[in-house]
Write a protein that binds this ligand. Structure first.
Ligand SMILES: Cc1ncc(COP(=O)(O)O)c(C=O)c1O
Length: 476
């Protein structure tokens, strides 16, 4: 397609030849990442000026001999980075502010190289959708407006601006009524757990109950700091509170909104029993709210903290909403623990770096984080649906659980299958998947945890088809 000048002279319509996009140079895999990068470079180096109109996705796909979805996805990603916008006529054009987003770092290729494992284990959102341009703009705003004092030693509890933004956001999204003075900014859920375990230990509490199955990473952190962990069974209503009450634990770590890894929601009567246990025992419920922002087909589950703020420590982070690499999370603790937690944080490292906290506060206050979440929810839901459909098609005889929320689901395997061996065979075939037994202390039925967040539907379908063949769940 030639470069066309619109009658009013204000627009150029470009085609693949104008961009030197040679279809022959498109890699056989990872075409979306390739096209996104080609367009990004052309925009940021000025080849495509602000206002330039891009071809319709169908046209560009035809010219490049790629699937239309590849172009649609590339346009979408660049839209999220703030480089492309939809104009009044529904076409796609280079954003007026694209130049200010120049010099964005190149994203990681989102297809594994032949040597890398395709990771379909739990844990991360679609990181290719990280709002890079919005983050860059937030950082720029922070750097142009931060006072000299804000560049000094920050409050070990977290910058007041972020704590205020978080307090408002948590009230809107989780029904939590905590003032900024109650929030402690941490290095993710992990940093919060580690800090809490140390303070509990100082107070003479050296054991803690945990869900079984439960997140192995959390178990290892608590195991590092404490002497004894009590595994408590989880059933279809969540943590078995009767079993908890039989131990002499005074603290318990739970994932009430979306149990990891089974995906069950703590049932209303169990919530009541758990809070009654805490009241009677003088105990502490540690609520790991790690992925509660993703709810697809069920009503929001209110944070446990909202029901009993003096019995519950609420912990969460941005790892599932933005990126684990930020290492930003928060903790809201009962009054009698709060000062000790802040003191411990001060004595450990004087708190988290201030500039990312200020950038995050800007992202929350401007509404960007909530917009980002809305678009992520739609994408993750689509991926969840694709994973469910592929499991039904290729993993015959398996049961799917925990689909209503989060970024992962649980596949219950037939009793005779060894999930660890199946995961090892999957690794030999080129992809990483977590067996349920990796998150268990006591033996139990086999399963696989499938994380769908980072993968477009065709890739999920291909991986699950291979998995079906490896496990011989699909007739040959
Ligand atoms: C249940 C659960 N809690 C906490 C975490 C850790 O979160 P963070 O990155 O905030 O330390 C994870 C990580 O995947 C998780 O699965």
């Amino acid at each position: 397609m030639d470069c066309l000048i619109e009658p009013n002279g204000s627009y150029q319509m470009i085609g693949s030849d104008f961009l030197n996009l040679d279809p022959a140079t498109a890699p056989p895999r990872g075409r979306t990442a390739w096209l996104t990068q080609q367009l990004r470079t052309a925009i940021t180096d000025g080849t495509l000026a602000p206002g330039t109109r891009l071809p319709a996705s169908r046209v560009l796909a035809g010219e490049l001999s790629v699937a239309r979805g590849t172009v649609v996805e590339a346009y979408r990603r660049l839209g999220e980075e703030g480089l492309l916008v939809t104009n009044h006529g529904g076409g796609t054009e280079v954003a007026a502010l694209a130049a200010t987003s120049a010099s964005l770092p190149n994203p990681e290729p989102d297809e594994p190289t032949p040597k890398e494992l395709l990771n379909i284990s739990a844990g991360v959102p679609d990181l290719s959708g990280f709002p890079r341009a919005a983050w860059l703009r937030a950082e720029r705003r922070v750097l142009t407006t931060a006072t000299a004092a804000e560049l000094g030693y920050a409050d070990p509890q977290g910058t007041p601006r972020l704590r205020t933004a978080l307090a408002n956001w948590l009230a809107r999204s989780r029904g939590i009524t905590a003032g900024p003075e109650q929030i402690i900014v941490t290095a993710g859920v992990t940093g919060a757990l580690s800090l809490l375990a140390q303070v509990l230990r100082d107070q003479g509490i050296t054991d803690c109950a945990i869900e079984d199955p439960g997140a192995d990473g959390n178990r290892r952190i608590l195991d590092y700091w404490l002497d004894t962990l009590h595994p408590i069974p989880v059933d279809s209503a969540g943590l078995d509170v009767t079993a908890l009450a039989r131990t002499d634990a005074r603290a318990v770590l739970v994932t009430p909104a979306h149990q990891f890894p089974t995906g069950v929601v703590l049932a209303p009567d169990r919530r009541r029993e758990l809070l009654a246990w805490a009241e009677a025992r003088g105990g502490l419920v540690v609520e790991d709210d790690y992925d509660s922002e993703y709810r697809y087909d069920r009503t929001p589950v209110r944070a446990l903290h909202a029901a009993a703020p003096e019995r519950v420590v609420h912990i969460s982070s941005l790892s599932k909403v933005l990126a684990p690499a930020l290492r930003i999370g928060w903790m809201i603790a009962p009054t009698d623990l709060h000062d000790d937690l802040v003191r411990k944080r001060w004595a450990t490292d004087l708190g988290s770096p201030a500039l990312p906290q200020l950038a995050l506060a800007d992202l929350i206050d401007s509404g960007t984080l909530e917009r980002h979440l809305r678009s992520l929810r739609l994408r993750h839901r689509e991926r969840r649906d694709a994973a469910v459909a592929a499991i039904r098609r290729y993993l015959l005889g398996c049961r799917i659980e925990g689909v209503a929320a989060g970024l992962h689901l649980l596949v219950r395997l037939p009793e005779h299958v060894d999930d660890t061996m199946l995961a090892a065979r999957a690794e030999e075939a080129g992809f990483a998947v977590q067996p349920l037994s990796a998150h268990r202390i006591s033996p139990g039925p086999p399963g696989l945890i499938i994380g769908y967040g980072p993968h477009p539907p065709p890739r999920l379908e291909a991986a699950l088809q291979t998995l079906g063949a490896i496990g011989r769940f699909t007739p040959a």
